[in-house]
Ligand binder design. Structure first.
Ligand SMILES: NC(=O)c1ccc[n+]([C@@H]2O[C@H](COP(=O)([O-])OP(=O)(O)OC[C@H]3O[C@@H](n4cnc5c(N)ncnc54)[C@H](O)[C@@H]3O)[C@@H](O)[C@H]2O)c1
Length: 384
């Protein structure tokens, strides 16, 4: 995204850098790391937000193969989440999930205590609801920590501005920042991008993306045994302050991957949406969204989102060009199963190319790339 001040920093700049990083990584994967996160070769990790994705991200971090990595602290606002995450990570990784009770922190200030367990050059993972990102990121920068933070990293205009400022500060301290748009690390999507840039589907004329499924982002009446704040934090997809809502939290991946393939960000959007079937849910989402994005060259991306049971389901992204078409996502984010067709019907007969299967998990690749950048001191800041 081009920064609000119009300066050159952009996700595309990052992309150029990150594809260089990927190339370096591929060439040098067997090389002995020369630049380390701390005095020794060990990278320590703290997980803030020990839910589903956070625990998954910690597992991906501990699965990176190019040097020693250890999880040393956990923070969350629910005791049950901490206990489950610690137990599951210990089961998978044994002593490398080194989180004794004195390094497990409960409460809204737990993020500081967990990051205080790290040394400059270690890595903090942020996988709480997005509302807390800038607060946690600011502390990590102060402490000289590299960061992996899950998408979305902002919930509105003001927090987006804050993140841009923090991204600059992170650069000034040479901190590496990974953001969980993992599709950007998918090797199949990189190959597809190259083929699109080489003109294999001609000029992109239109794009379509769908995230149409059975539900999400609802919040029934608050039970008596929980505070209002914890209730909203627990159901963050339901509340705009906490997550930006399902539009931002769920749909960000496909809007991003389509814009990446197009090589441009939309400059205008018009949309309709409606709320029909949400029953007694108190949430701030719609059941349906349809958005027409316009790119600078006047071509469109049509985005359809729906949370409604009992309807046709589709979770896919497509590009249509003057010489053919491409599948950017087939069903969900991974495997991407990207491919190119000679026509627009996308029938088996017109298949021109498909990325070989099976493909690597982009959730693992985004960590391989981040840790490679840390160990080899490569430019790496995905926060723009
Ligand atoms: N990249 C992807 O494909 C992907 C997939 C799933 C989720 N995510 C993102 O990961 C983030 C977490 O999603 P999730 O599905 O794991 O949700 P989750 O509810 O399972 O986990 C969030 C955790 O953060 C904890 N938490 C909330 N506020 C906190 C705070 N202030 N300090 C410490 N802990 C706090 C919650 O108790 C919970 O355990 C979201 O931003 C989501 O969009 C990304």
């Amino acid at each position: 995204m081009t920064r609000p001040d119009g300066s050159a920093s952009s996700r595309r700049t990052f992309l150029k850098r990150s594809s260089q990083a990927v190339a370096v990584s591929a060439l040098a994967s067997s090389a002995i790391p020369r630049v380390h996160a701390a005095e020794n070769n060990l990278i320590q990790i703290a997980l803030i937000g020990a839910g589903g994705r956070g625990s998954g991200a910690a597992a991906n971090a501990l699965s990176v193969k190019n040097g020693p990595i250890k999880l040393v602290a956990l923070a969350d606002v629910f005791e049950r989440k901490l206990a489950n995450s610690a137990a599951s990570l210990k089961k998978q990784f044994g002593d490398r999930a080194d989180v004794p009770p004195e390094r497990i922190f409960l409460g809204f200030d737990g993020y500081k205590k967990a990051m205080d367990c790290l040394r400059p050059g270690d890595v903090a993972i942020f996988a709480t609801p997005p509302a807390f990102r800038w607060v946690h990121f600011a502390y990590a920068i102060e402490k000289g920590l590299h960061v992996f933070m899950e998408k979305p990293i902002t919930v509105d205009g003001p927090t987006t501005k804050k993140l841009f400022e923090l991204a600059d500060k992170a650069d000034k301290k040479n901190l590496k920042v990974g953001v969980g748009l993992m599709v950007r690390h998918c090797r199949g999507r990189h190959e597809l991008l190259k083929r699109i840039r080489d003109g294999q589907i001609g000029e992109i004329i239109s794009m379509r993306a769908y995230r149409m499924g059975s539900g999400g982002g609802t919040a029934g009446p608050k039970p008596d045994n929980i505070t209002e704040l914890l209730y909203q934090v627990q159901r963050f997809h339901a509340f705009l302050w906490a997550s930006g809502g399902v539009y931002s939290d769920y749909y960000i991946h496909q809007i991003d991957e389509c814009s990446w393939m197009k090589g441009a960000w939309p400059v205008r959007a018009q949309a309709v949406g409606g709320r029909h079937y949400r029953g007694n849910s108190l949430d701030q989402n719609f059941d349906t969204y349809s958005v027409e994005y316009m790119f600078p060259d006047g071509t469109r991306l049509y985005y359809y989102g729906r949370q409604m049971p009992g309807c046709h389901n589709e979770f896919a992204s497509y590009a249509h060009g003057s010489k053919g078409s491409a599948v950017i996502s087939t069903s969900g984010h991974a495997p991407g199963r990207v491919r190119i067709y000679k026509d627009h019907n996308m029938s088996a007969d017109s298949l021109a190319w498909a990325y070989p299967q099976p493909e690597q998990s982009p959730y693992q690749l985004e960590w391989d790339d981040l840790i490679e950048a840390i160990r080899k001191d490569l430019p790496y800041n995905e926060a723009r």
